[in-house]
Design a protein around this ligand. Structure first.
Ligand code: CMC
Length: 426
């Protein structure tokens, strides 16, 4: 294999080193492109740009492969659970029993938020989107838990536990405030997911009875959401982190990026779409035709990297089949989703563009069955994605190649012109 790639610009040949990743991915290292040739690259949406070297998550989008730290997602979803997988992502190895125990203890120790922060929740208008609350409250954690400029490993561990645990508490408190109920505090007697469900659905007058199938399903949703290499929100975390902004603002930035409907916000959009089809009795075939004709989007379909089945979607679809069979959890919108998938996967429009269901196509059905309101779906995605964001932040901090992220541009605006005084303007 060539060690260098050749580029001919204006008749002159330049050579750039070729880098090969551990799974055989090839990259041309263009770090010196501009200094040597005067050229930059243009890559809208960064579809061909590697922004870093990373050892956290591997995706082969053509084969539908996803691995966290080398372990296939199918195996993790079967044998592991969210907090263990979070540890794997952040620290690189599966924890020993002792390490897992102390990690869980740390999570418990950090689960409360400063009591004064409760005032924030009363300031938001009724009906405020919980993602709006989450972004701002997370960013303001730095006011209550100031971050030192230089972090030792112990500081890093405290931050990691705080963020994983407190985001879950903030999410549940946002929901409680939005429905006008008092908050339910976390309990050290409960495990991570059980604790969250209890904070969400118990009340001072009513206990919440935990259904192990729902606990398992939510745990798996968090695990499947935990990382996805350089996606939009993770790249945002890396970009904001590269300026050495404090970690709470950095994660706040990631949550903002996740909110968009082309990214984490898609799970809310999918259920709204399915419920619209159910309520208007629109035929799935007519809906797919309308999408093709109007160049609209079938939400929960397509992916920048997967040009084959998203392995997470396969797992979540299987989970829907088992969870929605339970008495009281049957959901007719699942049938609509299955029909849409069947139609799309026989249609040349979707086949030729390699558009398959992504993780968001079926995940909302699980979250709805677990009792969550639709506007909490992206918040749940954020809780799941925190370990991935933290893993990337940690990796970036320890990578000697990290520099402030600062892309270039190709300027297409007016060339130099004079300032026109206001009275002379047309
Ligand atoms: N429905 C219909 N057509 C689509 C869809 C879709 N869901 N997605 C892409 N296309 C078409 C698109 O119009 C384009 O057609 P043409 O070549 O004729 O212009 C072609 O497929 C290529 O699409 P693209 O928009 O250039 O692809 P992208 O890599 O820039 O965007 C995407 C990826 C995920 C943003 C996009 O597929 C999409 O908007 N999907 C719906 C939103 C969604 O489900 N997002 C969740 C993504 S997975 C979880 C996550 O990352 O958070």
């Amino acid at each position: 294999m060539a060690d260098n790639a050749k580029l001919i610009v204006e008749g002159k040949t330049y050579e750039f080193p070729v880098l090969v990743g551990s799974e055989g991915e090839k990259a041309i290292d263009i770090s010196n492109l501009r200094s040597e040739t005067g050229y930059i690259t243009l890559d809208n949406g960064y579809g061909n740009t590697g922004s870093c070297q990373s050892s956290i998550t591997f995706i082969d989008g053509d084969k539908g492969i996803l691995r966290y730290r080398g372990i296939p997602i199918e195996e993790l979803s079967e044998k592991s659970f969210f907090t263990e997988t979070a540890y794997l992502l952040m620290y690189g190895e599966l924890p020993s029993e002792g390490k897992l125990k102390s990690f869980s203890e740390r999570l418990n120790k950090s689960s409360l938020i400063h009591e004064d922060m409760l005032h924030f929740f009363t300031g938001y208008p009724k009906g405020a989107h919980p993602m709006a609350i989450l972004t701002s409250v997370v960013a303001s954690l730095s006011a209550f838990y100031p971050v030192k400029d230089t972090l030792d490993p112990e500081d890093e561990e405290i931050i990691i536990a705080n963020l994983m645990s407190q985001i879950r508490t903030i999410a549940a408190f946002s929901y409680k405030k939005s429905i006008g109920e008092p908050v339910v505090y976390p309990s050290n007697k409960l495990k991570f997911v059980e604790n969250f469900l209890n904070m969400m659905f118990a009340s001072p007058v009513k206990d919440y009875s935990l259904d192990p199938d729902v606990v398992k399903a939510l745990d798996m949703f968090f695990l499947l959401s935990a990382d996805h290499e350089q996606n939009c929100s993770t790249s945002t975390v890396r970009m904001a982190g590269s300026s050495l902004a404090n970690i709470y603002s950095v994660i706040g930035a990631g949550i903002c990026a996740l909110w968009g409907k082309l990214h984490g916000g898609a799970n809310q959009e999918v259920i709204e779409m399915l419920e619209h089809l159910r309520d208007t009795r629109t035929s799935p075939t007519a809906f797919v035709d309308a999408i093709k004709n109007n160049k609209g989007k079938l939400m929960g379909f397509g992916h920048r990297v997967y040009k084959n089945f998203d392995p997470r979607a396969k797992i979540i679809k299987g989970l829907c089949h088992s969870l929605l069979k339970k008495p009281g959890l049957n959901d007719p919108t699942f049938e609509i989703a299955l029909k849409l998938e069947e139609i799309a996967l026989k249609d040349d429009y979707f086949l030729s563009r390699k558009l398959y269901p992504n993780v968001d196509f079926y995940s909302g059905l699980i979250l709805k069955a677990a009792g969550f309101p639709i506007n909490m779906f992206t918040v749940l995605f954020a809780i799941g994605r925190v370990p991935g964001w933290l893993a990337h932040w940690r990796e970036m901090r320890h990578d000697k190649h990290t520099r402030i992220s600062r892309p270039r541009q190709v300027y297409q605006g007016p060339t130099r012109r004079a300032y026109v005084p206001i009275q002379d303007r047309k």
